[in-house]
Design a protein around this ligand. Structure first.
Ligand SMILES: [Zn+2]
Length: 152
């Protein structure tokens, strides 16, 4: 989903947090930025994968979603990232607001993907993005796979 859409969806959420839950302005800013900045992992993936710093090429690589590849590792969209945020929030209180923003971001990503898969019948979207960094590493760097590579 485009960052502008995430920003537009996050503004009313931050208003509700501020107005009804009395979340401070600073913590609201943390929620606001973490609700859309974590899409930076798309750019990081593109830079590593395509060895290019071009934002324009990155945009065209990811849009229209999905890219031509499957099993993309957008590490800020994996379960481990959220677990790390929760663990950090035990020690640094502000990380709970990072977690809230990131979870809100992920919620809308899931809503959009579910809409496209189940309503628009774009079933090819299943498996485009890895849900777990550990499982992705296991799929791409398992010992059996490296053994196969040695024999080729
Ligand atoms: Zn996202």
């Amino acid at each position: 989903m485009l960052p502008t859409i995430h920003i537009l969806l996050t503004l009313p959420f931050c208003f509700i947090l501020y107005h009804y839950f009395h979340v401070s302005l600073l913590n609201n800013l943390i929620v606001f930025f973490s609700a859309w900045l974590f899409d930076v992992d798309h750019y990081i993936w593109f830079v590593v994968r395509k060895r290019s710093l071009s934002l324009k090429k990155c945009y065209h690589y990811h849009h229209p979603w999905p890219s031509r590849e499957r099993d993309l590792l957008h590490f800020c969209h994996t379960i481990e990232f959220y677990i790390i945020l929760l663990i950090l929030s035990l020690f640094i209180k502000e990380f709970i607001y990072v977690f809230i923003g990131a979870a809100y971001h992920m919620l809308w990503d899931i809503v959009r993907k579910s809409y496209l898969v189940y309503y628009k019948k774009k079933t090819f979207l299943k498996g485009v993005r890895a849900g777990s960094t550990i499982m992705w590493i296991k799929r791409h760097y398992s010992p059996s796979k490296s053994t196969k590579l040695k024999t080729l």
